[in-house]
Structure formats: C-alpha cells, structure tokens
Design a protein around this ligand. Sequence first.
Ligand code: FMN
Length: 359
Amino acid sequence: MVRTDLMQRLGMTSPVMQAPLGGGGDTPAMTAAVSNAGGMGFIGAAYMTPEAVGSASEAVRERTNGAFGINLFAPQRPAPEVDGQSALSVAAPFFTDLGLEAPTLPAVSDDPFDRLLPAALESGARLFSFTFGTLPEEAMRALKSRGMFIIGTATTVAEALALAASGVDAITAQGGEAGGHRGSFDTDGPGAVVGTMALVPQIVDAVKVPVIASGGIMDGRGIAAALMLGAQAVQMGTAFLTTAEGGVPEVQKQAILAAGDNDTRITRAFSGRPARGIANRFMQTVDAGGEGAILPFPLQNQLTRPMRTAAGKAGDASCLSLWAGQGTRMSRRLGTAELMAELDRETDAALKRASTLLD
Ligand SMILES: Cc1cc2nc3c(=O)[nH]c(=O)nc-3n(C[C@H](O)[C@H](O)[C@H](O)COP(=O)(O)O)c2cc1C
C-alpha cells in the first residue's frame, strides 16, 4: 500500500484525488465514492450557483463521512468590451443546425468568486482547491480560519512559486497532457504546455509544500511514475469521466473511449480560455475563424453554453466541448469504486515491478 506524508496528513489510504470536473463532469455519487475508497473526491463548483453548491455538498455528505474537497476558479479580470460580431457569426450555423435561435452577445457579469466562496466555506468540504491564479489574501484568511486545506494549480515553476508565496498548503502541478482548462494564470499569450513528466520534478524541486501530479495519469503505471517524480498524490480527471457516475453526456463518454492518443487539441473555441479536448467540427471551425472569432473568457463560455447543452441532449459530438486529456486510450468504463480498487492494485503492482529493476 502506498503511503506519503500528504496522504497521512489528509487521512487518505489511496494516493488518488479525483479532479474537480466543473460543468457537470463530477457528481455527488462520484465524489463520495472516491472519498469512500480512501482517495479524495472533489466537487467542481466553479459554474454552480451558491444554492447548487449547498445541495451538491449536502448530497456528498449524505453518501460519505470521509473528507472531500471543493473547487472554484480564482477571481478573474473583467472581460474587456468587444464587438463580438465575428464570434457570433462563426457560431451561428451550429446553433441553426441544432434548431436553436441565433446566439446573442452575452452580457458581462460580475466574477462569481465572491458569491461562491461563502457557500464553499459552508459546504463541509475539508479541502479547497482552485485554478487560474492566486487567491486574494482575504479569501486565503477565510479558508484558513475554517481550517480548510488549500490547494492551488500551477502549470509552470513560476506559478508554483507564486502559489507557495501566497500560503497554499499544496500545489497541483498540471501538465500539458491534462484534459479540460489549462490552469495558466495569464491567458493573454499562448499559455504554458509543459508536460507532466518535466513539470512535476521541477516544481517539486522549487517549492517546500507537497506536490500533486496531474495530466495524462490514467492507471497505476502513471500513478507510480508520478510518485517516483516526487509527487505525494495524483489528481485524475479524464479517467473518472467515463465511470458509471461520470456526469458528462453519454456521447462524450463514447468519444473519450474511442479517442486515440493524438486526437485532443488545446483550444479557446468553447470558453475563451485554453482547454484540452477531443478535436471536433466546432473547435476546428472556430479556431480557423481568425481574429475576433472567439470572445474573451467567460463570454465565449456563455455564448456557447446553449449550443453545448443542446448538443449533449441531441448526442451530437460535433459541437460539444469534449474535454479530455491525452491518456484517452487508457480510459475504461467502470464504476468509480471499481476504478479506485483497480488503480490501487495497479499502483502496488507497478511499484513492486519497479523494485525488481534494481540489481
Ligand atoms: C471535464 C473536465 C472538467 C474540468 N473542470 C475543472 C475545474 O472545474 N476546476 C479545475 O481546477 N480543474 C478542472 N479540470 C482539470 C482537472 O482538474 C485536471 O487538471 C485534469 O483533468 C488532469 O488531466 P487528466 O484529465 O489527463 O487526468 C477539468 C478537467 C476535465 C477533463
């Protein structure tokens, strides 16, 4: 059985943290099953209302007495004013194909962090994780006074150093293989895409807090390798999406199970921030649309939401955000509890195999 200092501190018997899968990928049944298996389940709450955070966390607490985590996006700069006409016209034919009315320019709304933080503090979650930056000092203080264990997300050593200086308890090192949004602090440029194999040991060397490896880890071989790189736990997202408890539409599960190793791309087409998903017609069309075809985050996310919802219901993979990491060929259709048991078995086997390599 694997044991690390971080696992002991958090009472975990498995090194597996289920990644927060905001937008409906995680479900209370999944989160609780991971925590019940000795890992750490998370609620991806960034797109929820405060009321939904309350009911999701209650549903998790009904299913487990174990610790679990909750995740939000760090507060973002307000989206700049944009004309938006080219983004609307590139997206419009996809709306028409789905029988939807033509898209309209979304209104700029307040950042939801300040509304959601109180709900996260009241959720009963023992851990709080976040992505897209550092947290304001006030939020750090509020989380600490609740005794919550705070985890930030870094895609580079510089981001990890900024998080460590802000007082986080641990850092998730998100490698370029990872599915879903890149945690990069600054998205004005192309964003960092350092692979997990290179990123984890460089962050481990740079900071004193424990590091959690994330990105492309799908089975016990990946978990064992991450531990060898100095990580004290792993965070896995794509591997949980295809479980019975996974909340994504069936068509997305099928796309992940069928995808090859080179079928994903990083795109801003769906939300305005770089994220990795399986390439499809919407992604390719919008990415080829040139300057102005994509609104800044979160406006593009709001723009594409009705299309994504309708596509999920219609089982149309061509314009759904098929978030997935590069490890798709290793994905499996299992129950969450079964997957957790397999992962622990495989990790033990991989570590035993590793010890036989020594002469
Ligand atoms: C569908 C999906 C939704 C995600 N939502 C979030 C989120 O809300 N917050 C977050 O910090 N990370 C989110 N991530 C990123 C994961 O935390 C993690 O970095 C990633 O899944 C790891 O790579 P893997 O998918 O190859 O395991 C999401 C990933 C996916 C695939």
